[in-house]
Design a binder for this molecule. Structure first.
Ligand code: G
Ligand code: G
Ligand code: NA
Ligand code: MN
Length: 254
């Protein structure tokens, strides 16, 4: 409760920031997007990771308020990059309770309207596989409405949420994100490698894009490419970084 009140104050005081992690085409080295990741710049404790504060607001109205701040901030950043000559996109993580709010699509539409220069398809919503499955009917309706607004959808942590394939085929997502737990061990664990391979094949069969998380080494990138996965993100490519470092990283990495 105390922590919740302090977090409410932190939002008012603008103590949250987004870091961005590049997502690249591992064959060409081209950047294909970024993932926005929230941090709390605590005045005394320093930079705090999401796991240290998001659980305290789960299911409260503050979760939605912070989620809207994330979307609005990412849209402003996309616009700033575009003005600087970099047409980059950003993916934002959407919590379950936030997505399932009845007015989520309407509020998203308002946020997009406040950033008229940003093509909606430069914004991607990352939905946890478990969110989409737990309340399938509500989630499906919200996702369809959001997609009709032109934003892209990605299914995050794919492979960990027990989505039956029957449910999966109904989800209007553009992209699957292979959970990093499978990627991390794929080099020495044949079963994890088989899971990675089957997610890649599933994506291909259904005409969805696939991106691997947790690309920590060049060996991970090579193994993924050999299985047909070109897109990747991970510490071996770039760590999440402040927005103003992204443009410098682009010229360094190219
Ligand atoms: O940034 P880091 O790797 O520490 O993120 C840890 C977890 O927090 C990840 O599962 C990530 O999806 C989640 N996360 C990061 N930023 C946000 C955010 O803005 N909103 C929500 N709901 N989750 C986030
Ligand atoms: O998928 P999810 O949104 O839960 O994951 C985002 C989190 O993963 C972020 O906190 C980010 O810092 C972390 N992350 C990004 N790349 C890597 C990586 O290569 N290895 C590990 N262990 N974590 C990563
Ligand atoms: Na994510
Ligand atoms: Mn993930």
């Amino acid at each position: 409760r105390q922590r919740h009140a302090r977090l409410d104050q932190a939002l008012q005081a603008r103590e949250f920031i987004l870091h961005y992690q590049p997502q690249v085409d591992m064959a060409t080295g081209d950047i294909v997007g970024t993932e926005a990741l929230i941090r709390w710049l605590h005045p005394e404790e320093g930079l705090l990771p999401p796991a240290s504060f998001l659980p305290y607001i789960e299911g409260t109205t503050l979760e939605s308020a912070l989620g809207e701040w994330v979307i609005g901030t990412a849209l402003s950043q996309i616009q700033a990059w575009a003005h600087a000559g970099h047409p980059l996109s950003a993916s934002v993580n959407i919590g379950a309770n936030h997505l399932l709010q009845p007015d989520f699509p309407e509020r998203l539409e308002q946020l997009l309207a406040r950033h008229p220069e940003v093509p909606p398809n430069r914004l991607e919503l990352e939905i946890l596989e478990s969110t989409a499955i737990d309340d399938m009917e509500t989630a499906l309706e919200a996702l369809r409405t959001c997609r009709a607004l032109g934003v892209r959808l990605a299914l995050d942590d794919f492979g960990t949420g027990y989505a039956s394939l029957k449910y999966f085929r109904q989800l209007p997502v553009d992209r699957l994100k292979i959970d990093r737990s499978f990627v991390l061990d794929m080099l020495d664990d044949a079963e994890d490698r088989a899971i990675v391979q089957s997610v890649i094949q599933l994506a291909e069969a259904f005409g969805r894009e696939v991106i691997a998380e947790g690309v920590e080494t060049p060996e991970h990138a090579a193994a993924l490419r050999a299985l047909g996965c070109r897109l990747g993100q991970g510490y071996g490519i770039a760590r999440p970084m402040p927005a103003e470092h992204i443009v410098g990283w682009l010229s360094w990495y190219a």
